[in-house]
Write a protein that binds this ligand. Structure first.
Ligand code: GLV
Length: 309
């Protein structure tokens, strides 16, 4: 099977080595040195350039190397008519869940406040609630949202989720769709966004949404920068509607040094690091997908381009 590997990361060599270690029969070609495009069966890509698929007449699968496919769908409105799959790696989901756990602990146990005190060498102790009294609300119940819900639940947090459709298997209250959003927000103290980026979810973290949260809530965004309306976040922090935010994703990455987000005392910025893909474990998932393709079996985690994820 002839596979093109394209990433914008500095880990292309590691990916190639893993692919060949786990599936020595593969013919892995690194973009742009791909030889005859008509020979290519599969593209493994992350943020591909517009011409990547040109001439790939016999392409059978586009496998994205990350969880989100918004970048691919946006930059390629005319994708070749082949299945598109996103990457669902339990190790990556776990990494994302750990990030959200840290954010939850940070705000629940007031490490944000202690960090500010540290800078002033100030010894002052604060009462805090128990985990069961902290209402965490997870937006999105895909693989990553579900892993996050389960991890937080194990630690005793009062978790609920918001999703497009009912999830009776979630084991926590799930608020559904537009109608469920106000009640979900009203009960949430720490809001975690893990939604896919679609036309429906872009700019969902806006003034209208923040106003429905209890005063003094917290925001965690580990999904996409485009979910968040930054001036509305700054206003919500100013008014006290929000007490803090932890942000991993930004509409423009790297986040420019001039961004006020870096320096805001109530915002904790991380450089899109919540769920960095692990080439070793992700390759295991991809090799399984390629075997399925070879055997003509149903493929995993296919994207519905009309839905956007
Ligand atoms: C990273 O943001 C991903 O979608 O995997």
């Amino acid at each position: 099977m002839k596979v093109v590997l394209q990433t914008t990361w500095n880990t292309t060599a590691a990916w190639r080595a893993e692919l060949l270690r786990q599936a020595p029969d593969l013919d892995v070609r690194i973009w742009p040195e791909i030889g005859d495009p008509a020979e290519i069966d599969v593209v493994l890509c992350w943020q591909p350039p517009p011409d990547l698929f040109t001439g790939m007449r016999n392409l059978r699968l586009i496998q994205v190397l990350g969880a989100g496919v918004d970048g691919l769908l946006r930059s390629h409105p005319q994708l070749p008519p082949v299945p598109v799959a996103r990457l669902v790696d339990p190790v990556m989901s776990r990494r994302m869940a750990e990030y959200c756990l840290y954010a939850t602990l940070r705000f629940h146990r007031q490490f944000d406040i202690y960090e500010r005190q540290l800078a002033q060498a100030r010894w002052e102790r604060h009462q805090h609630a128990d985990a069961g009294e902290i209402a965490v609300g997870v937006m999105g119940l895909g693989a990553i949202g579900s892993a996050t819900v389960q991890l937080l639940r194990q630690l005793g947090y009062n978790v609920a989720a918001w999703a497009r459709s009912p999830h009776p298997e979630a084991g926590v209250p799930v608020f559904v769709g537009e109608e469920g959003l106000p009640a979900f927000l009203a009960r949430t103290r720490i809001l975690i966004c893990l939604l896919p980026l679609t036309a429906q979810t872009a700019s969902i973290l806006d003034r209208r949404l923040f106003e429905q949260l209890p005063h003094g809530s917290y925001l965690v965004n580990a999904a996409r920068g485009e979910h968040l309306v930054v001036p509305h976040l700054l206003a919500a922090l100013e008014s006290g509607r929000l007490e803090g935010a932890m942000l991993d994703v930004f509409a423009h990455e790297p986040l420019p040094r001039s961004s006020p987000l870096w320096r805001h005392p109530k915002i904790f910025v991380t450089p899109h690091t919540a769920g960095i893909t692990n080439p070793r474990t992700a390759t295991g998932v991809i090799v399984e997908q390629l075997r399925r393709l070879e055997r003509g079996e149903p493929l995993l985690h296919l994207v519905d381009p009309s839905r956007g994820y």
